[in-house]
Design a protein around this ligand. Sequence first.
Ligand SMILES: [Zn+2]
Length: 88
Amino acid sequence: MVKLSAGNEVLAYCGKCKLKLAHTIVVMKTDEIPDKVKCNTCKSTHAFKENATRRRAVASKGKAAFFAPLILILPSSEAPPIIRNEPI
Ligand SMILES: [Zn+2]
């Protein structure tokens, strides 16, 4: 588990933006839980919303990992064209 500290960025729910966005930690409550965070988008400082959340942050990382293999499955656009030598 990564320890957080003031100045680090976390994903938190911003009540003004109504979105989960990157925030900079202003004050820590414990080693792992921010107390106050500053929205990197609207620059407002507010209490860290638990709703926000490191659980969801982990889930979204899991999602990225889920989609990563699909990128590998995509056919290469540099695949050589198939040339057929058909008699006319
Ligand atoms: Zn905001």
